[in-house]
Design a binder for this molecule. Structure first.
Ligand code: VTB
Ligand code: MG
Ligand code: MG
Length: 319
């Protein structure tokens, strides 16, 4: 895989962020999502690669763009699998909340778990606690392991978790142990990635969120040297059947290396709204500023890219 793809992917996530940021706080989820998806789709086709969407906006019959199986790029070069969440946090944008991202991950063909669109139980930690936590251990044991690895008291460990009733048992146990909790209303890709950056102030992420988001986060965490495990949570017979038809074991605990095989993988994200990790899109008048994160698992290079997009020379902002 060409390493120059990193920069190309940033152009894609930037374009999606620039377009969806126009919808911040307007209460219109679908418009925000469409804006991101359309922008991503347009820029993708300028990239020299032979990509196939393996995690995307749905099946061909239900999604007009970035559907699973869709081919992207100019068809040159190596065959690449693509996972996208054009707007990770449609509700965040609609409500003007925190931590909305536009996200892409790519890997060599066959190396990303083809996660069906359902829930996944997840655990994520930064590099200090790599190999020390486990989805099958108790919340208490995991929190204690992170505390020890980071030389902290349990009371100083900050757990981050998607605020949902289905995650209440984790919240109860984390409270019983005495850890601090930072709730996320939406957007657990950002929450998972945040565990790998000390300055975000979070040490461990637990809980059930979207499976596609799990694979996306796993690529980023692989590049950052952190750890991640996930297990699908089919909620209906239909979802169990869907796992079976996609050939994905719904009872299996997937290790990071099973979610993302090998290390030829790239993660790129641009912040749409402000978060712990990055500032969201800022409209300054003559220009618009973006902050992106792009990382490559093979080299472990992590780049924060600040973009200044001229409204004078490129009033339409993309292409
Ligand atoms: C999850 C989470 C995402 O939406 O998919 C969530 O992983 C949907 O879960 O980060 P609910 O059905 O409980 O709302 C996000 O928060 C945003 O896409
Ligand atoms: Mg989305
Ligand atoms: Mg999402």
């Amino acid at each position: 895989m060409e390493r120059s793809l990193s920069m190309e992917l940033v152009r894609v996530t930037e374009a999606a962020a620039l377009e969806s940021a126009k919808w911040v706080g307007k209460g219109l989820k679908n418009e925000a999502d469409d804006a991101a998806t359309t922008a991503m789709r347009k820029v993708f086709d300028t990239i020299p690669m032979k990509g196939t969407v393996v995690i995307g906006e749905g099946e061909m019959d239900e999604a007009p763009m970035l559907y699973i199986g869709e081919e992207l790029g100019t068809s040159e070069g190596a065959e690449i699998d693509i996972a996208v969440d054009p707007l990770e946090g449609t509700t965040i944008v609609a409500e003007g909340g925190w931590n909305a991202l536009t996200v892409i991950a790519i890997a060599d063909k066959g190396n990303l778990l083809h996660a069906p669109d359902m829930y996944m139980d997840k655990i994520a930690v930064g590099p200090e606690a790599k190999g020390l936590v486990d989805l099958d251990n108790s919340v208490e044991d995991n929190i204690r392991a992170v505390a020890k690895a980071k030389n902290k008291n349990v009371e100083d460990v900050t757990v981050t978790i998607l605020k949902r009733d289905r995650n209440q048992h984790i919240i109860d146990e984390a409270r019983r142990v005495g850890a601090r909790i930072k709730f996320v209303e939406n957007g657990d890709v950002a929450a998972a990635i945040n565990t790998c950056f000390d300055y975000t102030g979070v040490d461990i992420m637990f809980g059930s969120g979207g499976a596609p988001e799990g694979v996306l986060a796993a690529v980023g965490i692989k590049a950052l040297g952190g750890d991640f495990q996930g297990r699908l949570v089919p909620m209906t017979d239909e979802e169990t059947e869907r796992c079976r038809s996609m050939g994905v074991d719904h009872k299996k605990k997937f290790q990071l290396d099973e979610l993302v095989k090998g290390d030829d993988a790239i993660f790129a994200a641009t912040a749409v709204t402000d978060g712990e990790l990055m500032r969201g899109v800022q409209f300054k008048g003559d220009y618009v500023e973006t902050e992106s994160l792009v990382m490559r698992a093979k080299s472990g290079t992590v780049r924060f890219v600040k973009g200044r997009h001229s409204m004078v020379k490129k009033p339409k902002m993309i292409l």
